[in-house]
Design a protein around this ligand. Structure first.
Ligand SMILES: [Zn+2]
Length: 232
């Protein structure tokens, strides 16, 4: 009995040592990767559209909420940007809206909060992530919007749209759009409609994690191109 117990203690001890060593390696690997990415010195604000009480567009066959797909793509985009050395600020990181405990005018409070985050951050670019809708169920394609009358916005949106055309196969062109987020600050801003949740074939793609990552990577490539960096 004593020998058995002793043997078991030795085994537990060895296991503890192995776990500690493994943990040390994991921590040092994390620390190494965190410090080995050279900083780009550029900050991107990712705005996942909608959230909380405002779910946005509803998927035509799955009833998926646009707000959830936007957040998923936004998180993936953040990952790609951080890996490349960009600083990233997210307007929302959870499924909640940004209206706090407000019970009235939630949408207004939510948009004011997004504006405040953008104004308080010295960013190089704001990218708002959305999914589109249309009364007919036959519209497809990701599309980039820029602030009306902004020549700089048009150039950036065209560059982003070209990447989306090449990687996602959309045939749409960039357009100006009367969206609050594009006009609420002096920071260059784009809004990407990642596809139509009202078209079953596109909804099917948009709900899949692999397509969400593909869209996120396309937007990341667009951002990297817009900011004049090479070698994505
Ligand atoms: Zn939306």
């Amino acid at each position: 009995m004593f020998i058995l117990l002793k043997r078991r203690n030795i085994l537990i001890g060895l296991l503890a040592v192995a776990l500690t060593v493994g943990l040390c390696f994991a921590v040092s690997a994390t620390a190494t990767s965190a410090y080995s990415v050279p900083k780009m010195g550029k900050t991107i604000i990712i705005d996942a559209g909608h959230g909380g009480a405002d779910g946005g567009v509803v998927g035509v066959t799955t009833s998926v909420k646009e707000s959830d797909i936007n957040l998923s793509i936004a998180r993936s985009l953040k990952h790609f940007l951080k890996t490349k050395g960009y600083d990233v600020v997210m307007t929302r990181t959870t499924t909640d809206g940004l209206y706090g405990m407000t019970t009235k005018n939630k949408k207004l409070k939510d948009m004011q909060e997004r504006k405040k985050i953008i104004e308080d951050t010295k960013a190089d670019l704001v990218v708002s992530v959305h999914c589109n809708s249309y009364p007919r169920h036959d519209q497809v394609g990701a599309q980039v919007f820029y602030a009306p009358g902004s020549e700089d916005g048009k150039q950036k949106a065209d560059a982003m749209q070209n990447i989306l055309k090449a990687t996602l196969g959309t045939e749409r062109n960039a357009m100006s759009g009367d969206y609050f987020i594009l006009q609420c600050s002096s920071t260059p801003s784009l809004l990407v409609e990642c596809g139509f949740l009202t078209t079953p074939s596109e909804e099917k793609k948009l709900v899949s994690a692999s397509y969400q990552e593909k869209v996120a990577y396309a937007i990341f490539t667009g951002i990297h191109t817009i900011l004049g960096e090479e070698g994505v």
